[in-house]
Every structure is written in structure tokens, then in C-alpha cells.
Design a protein around this ligand. Structure first.
Ligand code: GDG
Length: 462
């Protein structure tokens, strides 16, 4: 059996693990099996980027991490990965601040990751790299002579070729993808946009099965949607809704219905539009005044990136406006909290909420949608309001699917959700839950790794 080596930007080493808000960390933690190695950044900065990994073993898994120098962190992580690739791949060209030194830093860190990882690799290992921080990693490993099977999974969306073309030196980055054997996407749409870019920008042949004929090899592009351990989450939610904190939340509602949102504090999650939609709900459908509370949890994220820091005061102001305008001495309509909660607490909150509001402007998948469905009481489930631009909407068409750019449409869906009768809620939830059970972490990993183990080492010598 080949060893599986997972590589991601951040490695949450269990000893120091805090509850993390972030889909990738949550999903991979469930996916890593005993016998595997998980390699990446420790989350710490130091005077120098480490030249060797520090390795700890827990539960049969080896966690190998390196520290990044302050400059590498700034250029690679803040500058290029989150200052350029994240906005680009979320269709936000206006937010990109490209600097050549950031791109150079991004490449330098990938080269360093490869050098350190190469020392830990066995010839038969299969390497599974995660997300946009590490696109050039396979190419750097190949330059060092690694012939291992290597796969890459993109957790976030891909964009149409005409949008991708805006990225300076984008062709080189697309070429970097071609050093992998298998590339996985959350949805057919992301896969198609990627293949279009490869065909149009690199002029490689692409066939209808998603295979790219690159000069040195054939690359398989597949759709392997990520999921959660739904049964386990359901169980945690049941328990947590009855816990002291869950009961405190319930009591505080004094019979009002709860709507909930939980996101990293990120501009891709569409929070200003969501707040505006709530304002419109209360204005256009006054029957909900005094009868609903909206709890929005926004866990701080990437605060070193200026666009993220800028979002905070905007949301504070919008939340203040809504409460000043609509609130009463005994009713705070919007409970807005820019802090994270324990995952189990969140699960109970989802279960208590009649409406889950998931309205990102773009999202690779969005696991909050999965979690909200998993957490519901099947006999009296809540309703999911879901953005059509979340990857999750490709799988959950029994949600109330909305255009997140239109606050009125979101408000109308909130209204419909709040009024929806129990039969209709159960009918929708039954179908959503069935679909959820087909999207497991297990099937995600199995599907991806089977594709990777399947591929023959057909790569021509460089
Ligand atoms: C990327 C892609 C893709 C939220 N608040 C708290 C908290 N969370 C947890 C949620 C969920 C996770 O964070 C967020 O996951 P998402 O999937 O919604 O989003 P990203 O972080 O942007 O993840 C995304 C994902 O990768 C996986 O492929 O779905 O599209 O962007 O699990 O519950 N967790 C805790 N406290 C909070 O306050 N503990």
C-alpha cells in the first residue's frame, strides 16, 4: 500500500489545535488516516523559513511542519495567495493588488516546501496537495527528481478564461498545474472553466472526459465534491442543542424564530448584502418584526490582508444601523458577533435555527450549508437559503436558491423560509439530507485517491 502524503498550507497539529474556522482544515482533519503524513506550514513565523520539517506523530499520523520567515509569510501568504489568487478565483478582479515581489515570494515558498518535503518522500508515496497556496509545488518537486504520483485539489472556484487572463504570468501558473497527474474540483462548472483556460491560454488539447494532453503527460481533471461526516455532525448537534449553551440560546429567543449565518469574516461570503437583505425583510414584511432574531457569527480571518480589515467596520456600521432602526427596547433583531465558537456549539445553534442563511458571492463549496442540513431535527427541520454561486448549490437544489447580489431576492427567500409549513420543510429536508449522505468525506477521499492511484507514471523524462 502506498503511503498518502497530504500537503496543505496550514497543518493543524493536534497538540496545539484550537477550534478553527475554515473549511479546508475541518474537512482534512476528518480525511487524514493513520499511516499518512501531513506536511505544511506550522502557522508560525520565525526569523528564517525552516530548512527541515519538525515532525510529531499522533494517532498514527505524522505531522511535519515548517515555520515561515516574516518576509515569506508577507509575500507568499498575505501578498500573493490571499491578495491575488483568492480575489481572482472569487471573481473579484477589482480587489487584486499584484506585486511582482509577492509572486516571487510565492514561488520561493513553494520551492522551499518542495525541498523540505523531498527529504521526507518515499518513492511509492502518493502526494495529495490542497489548494491555491501550493499550485507550483508538484513542478518544484519534479525539478528535484520526484516521480511520485501527485494530485491537486482546488477547494475554491476557478474562473472563466477571460477572467483568469487578467493574472500577470497566469500562463506559467496554469503550466504549473500540468505537473500534477490528477486535478480535482468541487463542481463541474469549476472543472469546465479550468479546462477552458488550459485550452484557450495554453492551447493544450482537452477531451470531453476532462483529460488534458500536455506535452509531457496526460492530466486527469475530475469532480470530487468535498463533504462532512454528516451522521457525526447530526449527533453533535442533537446533543449540543440540549446543552446549557443551547438552552441559553433558546431561552433568549422567547419564542421568536432564529435565523443563523456562520462564516469566516471574508468578503467572498456576502455579509453586507445579507445584512441589507435582513433590513429589507423587516421593512417589506413587517409581520416578522419582533418575531425573528438573526444571529450572524463571523469568525475573524486573514486580518493582515487589508480588504479583510476593511470589511469589519463596514459590518459593524450596518449591524448598528439595523438594530438602531428596527430594534425595540426588548428586541435586538440582529445579533452580530465577530468571534468564533466551538464547532459543537455551532452545531447546536444550527439545530435551533429555523433558517440557515448561506449567501456567499462565490464559494468553492461552502460547508456551512452541509452542516446546517446535517444539524436539523428531521421531524421539525429548518430551511436553507443558499446562494446559487456556492458550489453547494450544484448539489442542494431543494434549498431556497437565491442570487446573493440581490438583497430583495434574499429577503423574499427569508420570508418564504420563515412562513414555510412543516410538511414542505420536511419534504425539502428529506431530499437535502439524502443528498448530503452521498457527499461524505469518505467518498471525497476515496474517489480522489482512486483516481490518483490509478494513474500510471506516464510522465516523459524532463
Ligand atoms: C474553503 C472554501 C470550501 C465558521 N465559523 C466558525 C467555524 N466555522 C466553520 C464552519 C465550516 C468552516 O468554518 C467554513 O467552511 P466553508 O466551506 O464555509 O468555507 P472556507 O473556510 O472558505 O473553506 C469553501 C472549503 O474550503 C472546503 O473545501 O467549502 O468553499 O472557500 O466548517 O463550521 N468553526 C468554528 N467556529 C466558528 O465560529 N469552530
Amino acid at each position: 500500500m502506498s503511503r498518502v502524503v497530504i500537503v496543505s498550507n496550514r497543518v493543524p497539529v493536534p497538540a496545539g489545535r484550537k477550534a478553527q474556522a475554515g473549511g479546508l482544515a475541518v474537512a482534512l482533519r476528518d480525511a487524514v488516516k493513520p499511516g499518512s503524513l501531513w506536511f505544511g506550514w506550522s502557522g508560525r513565523t520565525a526569523a528564517q523559513t525552516s530548512e527541515n520539517a519538525s515532525v510529531v506523530e499522533q494517532g498514527g499520523v505524522q505531522y511535519a511542519t515548517i515555520d515561515l520567515s516574516h518576509d515569506d509569510y508577507r509575500n507568499f501568504y498575505v501578498g500573493f495567495a490571499n491578495g491575488v489568487l483568492w480575489p481572482l478565483l472569487h471573481f473579484r478582479l477589482g480587489l487584486i493588488e499584484f506585486r511582482r515581489e509577492h509572486l516571487e515570494g510565492y514561488r520561493a515558498v513553494n520551492e522551499m516546501f518542495a525541498k523540505v518535503l523531498a527529504k521526507l518522500l518515499e518513492p511509492d508515496d502518493v502526494v495529495w496537495v490542497h489548494d491555491y497556496h501550493l499550485i507550483p509545488l508538484a513542478d518544484e518537486l519534479r525539478k528535484l527528481g520526484a516521480e511520485n504520483r501527485m494530485g491537486f485539489f482546488l477547494h475554491i472556484p476557478f474562473v472563466p478564461a477571460s477572467v483568469f487572463a487578467a493574472l500577470p504570468q497566469g500562463g506559467e501558473l496554469l503550466n504549473d498545474f500540468c505537473a500534477y497527474d490528477v486535478i480535482g474540483f468541487q463542481t463541474v462548472e469549476h472543472q469546465r472553466d479550468f479546462l477552458d483556460s488550459v485550452r484557450i491560454i495554453l492551447r493544450h488539447q482537452v477531451d470531453s472526459n476532462g483529460e488534458i494532453a500536455a506535452p509531457r503527460s496526460t492530466i486527469r481533471c475530475i469532480v470530487t465534491p468535498i463533504g462532512i461526516d454528516s451522521r457525526e455532525f447530526q449527533h453533535v448537534a442533537e446533543h449540543s442543542a440540549r446543552s446549557k449553551t443551547g438552552l441559553r440560546l433558546k431561552d433568549s429567543l422567547v419564542g421568536r424564530k432564529l435565523m443563523i449565518g456562520a462564516d469566516r469574516l471574508d468578503y467572498s461570503k456576502g455579509l453586507p448584502n445579507r445584512f441589507e437583505a435582513f433590513h429589507r425583510l423587516l421593512t417589506r414584511f413587517p409581520e416578522h418584526r419582533m418575531n425573528v432574531s438573526f444571529l450572524q457569527i463571523a469568525a475573524p480571518s486573514r486580518e493582515e490582508v487589508s480588504e479583510y480589515a476593511a470589511l469589519r467596520p463596514v459590518l459593524n456600521r450596518l449591524a448598528g444601523d439595523i438594530n438602531a432602526r428596527h430594534g425595540a427596547f426588548d428586541w435586538v433583531p440582529l445579533r452580530y458577533m465577530s468571534q468564533g465558537f466551538a464547532r459543537s456549539t455551532l452545531a447546536g445553534f444550527y439545530r435551533i435555527a429555523r433558517v440557515g442563511v448561506v449567501t456567499p458571492l462565490r464559494d468553492g463549496m461552502n460547508l456551512v450549508a452541509h452542516e446546517y442540513i446535517a444539524a436539523q431535527d428531521r421531524t421539525d427541520p429548518g430551511v436553507l437559503v443558499l446562494s446559487r454561486f456556492a458550489g453547494a448549490s450544484s448539489y442542494f437544489d431543494d434549498a431556497l436558491v437565491v442570487n446573493p447580489y440581490d438583497p430583495d431576492e434574499i429577503a423574499e427567500a427569508m420570508h418564504e423560509a420563515l412562513l414555510m409549513g412543516a410538511n414542505e420543510r420536511r419534504r425539502r429536508h428529506t431530499r437535502l439530507f439524502e443528498r448530503l449522505l452521498s457527499l461524505t468525506v469518505e467518498s471525497y477521499c476515496t474517489h480522489f485517491l482512486e483516481a490518483l492511484l490509478d494513474c500510471t507514471k506516464s510522465r516523459a523524462a524532463a
